[in-house]
Design a protein around this ligand. Sequence first.
Ligand code: PMP
Length: 304
Amino acid sequence: MPLQKVEKIWMDGKLVNWDDANVHILTHTLHYGSGVFEGIRAYATSQGPAIFRLADHIHRLFNSAKVYLIDIPYTEDELVEAVKETVRVNGVESCYIRPLVYLGYGEMGLNPLPCPVNVSIAVWPWGTYLGDEGLRHGVRCKISSWTRHDPNAMPVAAKGTGMYANSSMAKVEALKSGYDEAILLSPQGYISECTGENLLIVKNGRIIKIPNAAGALEGLTQNSVITIARDLGYEVVEENLLRTDLYLADEAFLTGTAAEVVPIRSVDDREIGEPGPITKAIQETYFATVRGEVDQYKDWLDIV
Ligand code: PMP
């Protein structure tokens, strides 16, 4: 599906027309994957569009930049406001939001330090990332032949643009093999995460979260879902998982801003089945939460 255009994109403090939001071909990040970014969603609520966990996403953006030794020339508050402004001027009810910090035009070569630091914020309406069918009945996953980054090869706690070549390779392999999504193992052979989502399983009534040390990003959707799960009375523990733990899970689901909360129906053709009761309860509460229907979690929403 081609991108659905809106009117304006925020670039270094200015709102420019969508079609004019271009960069020079010698933009550093285009060559070396030296940028950091975020993915955020705004949802339609009874009070208008509201952005889910905006400040937390912007904070993670600054943490990613810190890891990459990039000095963002704005404060976190300024970018929070810039995101809101971009959503507002485009008049969208709900959208995906992509803040990008990139090293621009001016220097080439592998030393990024002399490069200018540029910031852009684009928004666009984006439906269900893994499809409506997947959201309802679950997606089919494949353990990738690509390994998730070794934490000493790439900083897995950061959302660095270049790191996503690994995710894209795994995604293409899964799609070409007839699956919906890939699951990557850590270099140590434990389950890490999907290409752009965290993964949780349910076994004997307990929800199991994967440790970040297995190479997973600290997902904000996962973090929200764990809070929701505990408030619903479920036990959540953190454990390393082997691929057979997925094959033999009672339930499994993935979480991410783009994907939201999506059940996993099979892994490597081992059936887990239709979404189970815990997955469904969490999914239902999550969607009610982002629409501003759950008072308990209203603080997670920033009204535009
Ligand atoms: N893992 C990776 C590799 C991701 O890119 C994402 C998406 N940001 C996630 C997990 C999920 O994170 P979040 O729930 O904060 O979107």
